[in-house]
Design a protein around this ligand. Structure first.
Ligand code: NI
Length: 175
């Protein structure tokens, strides 16, 4: 187990399209997931994608509502319905900032778990947002690239001072 170094905005790995994982059950994938979970626990974040730890593979993890961690390999995510929601997001690769991002409110997801089994489901609210944010990392997309109004991007402390809504929907840092 190890705490991994996080790639920050400006590192080219964050802009690459990540590669498919041939075998999610491979020992090195088990080790990677375990290290990513340890890294996310250490930071207290909600989600982490493999490219953020300098591994350009199609894998992300997220903290579940029950407080555990799930991993999804080779994910496919599609919007469910037309409804969108705007919420504040942060990113471990862009420390200290938050931005308002509009995204589909509900999604369907499919992928493989650590045992290589196909898993699929629907998500809404925070879970849907985190999964879309993490999926974007696999496509080389960072949340500011999704923003339509960059005046709603700022440092956490300043947003708090000037009474922007509190921003719990961060991928990474503790609020
Ligand atoms: Ni992120």
């Amino acid at each position: 187990m190890a705490i991994l170094k996080i790639a920050r905005l400006g590192h080219p790995v964050l802009l690459q399209r990540a590669e498919q994982v041939a075998d999610p059950t491979a020992p090195e994938m088990r080790r990677l997931v375990s290290d990513m979970v340890e890294t996310l626990q250490d930071i207290g974040g909600l989600g982490l994608a493999a490219p953020q730890v300098h591994v350009s593979l199609r894998l992300f993890i997220w903290r579940t509502a029950a407080g555990g961690y799930s991993a999804l390999f080779n994910p496919d995510i599609q919007p469910l319905g037309e409804e969108t929601e705007e919420a504040w997001e942060g990113c471990l690769s862009i420390p200290g900032l938050r931005g308002a991002v509009e995204r589909p409110a509900r999604i369907v997801f499919r992928g493989q778990d650590v045992a290589g089994a196909t898993i699929a489901g629907e998500a809404a609210g925070m879970a849907a947002r985190v999964m879309q944010h993490e999926y974007d990392h696999l496509e080389g997309i960072l949340y500011p690239m999704r923003m339509t109004d960059l005046s709603r991007l700022g440092f956490v402390e300043e947003l708090a001072r000037f009474n922007a809504p509190r921003a719990p929907e961060n991928e990474g840092q503790k609020p």
